[in-house]
Design a protein around this ligand. Sequence first.
Ligand SMILES: [Zn+2]
Length: 233
Amino acid sequence: MQFDLRNILGDFVAIFFPKECACCGCALKYQEKYICIACDFHLPYTNFHTYSDNDTARQLWGKVPIEEACSFILLQKGSRVERLIYQIKYNNQPFLAEYFGYQYGLKLLESELYRGLSAIVPIPLHTSKLRKRGYNQSTYFGQGLSRAMNIPLRDDVLKRQRATMTQTGKDRLSRYENVEDVFVCTQLSQPLGEHVLLVDDVLTTGATIVSATLTLQESWGCKVSVATLARAQ
Ligand SMILES: [Zn+2]
């Protein structure tokens, strides 16, 4: 009989230093990676990737031409998803975004609607914000999608021209004005292809996605589809 030393050590470490579920904070069992089985079961998955006429797509209709749009999970105030997003954005756990990106990528592969994509483009952070946080969670989300779907991640395409002020407390119109012309396209070392999947962590007003889509379409004439990790309700 052979003993797997890593498993034994893993169990040992888990007893004294249990990892917490990113959604509910309970101690994870050794087999659970980032979230517990109960949270995984109860997460409000949208299934938006299976049909075009969904709430995320509807939110963008009439503002910008978009092929398909979807969000993996719904974000409600005080929910386990809110805790998850907090861990990703503010508690230095961007690998959670990669993990969920990978899971979502597997789902998108099963969908007829997300075929023929040439690149995955994450919404960038402004350099000052990136320096402060140390990572871009949307890039991690895109990396997970890229790994599952075998489509190149292109984080060299969009650049944020200036930092936006915080959007909290602004009305809907000011939020749109707030992000206007905020993205620019950079010189590309390799062609982008015809149809990119633009990805972001959370869809709120949609203003950021609209602005980035317009920039991509004006600069490269490509088709754009959208995938976000969460959609705020
Ligand atoms: Zn949990």
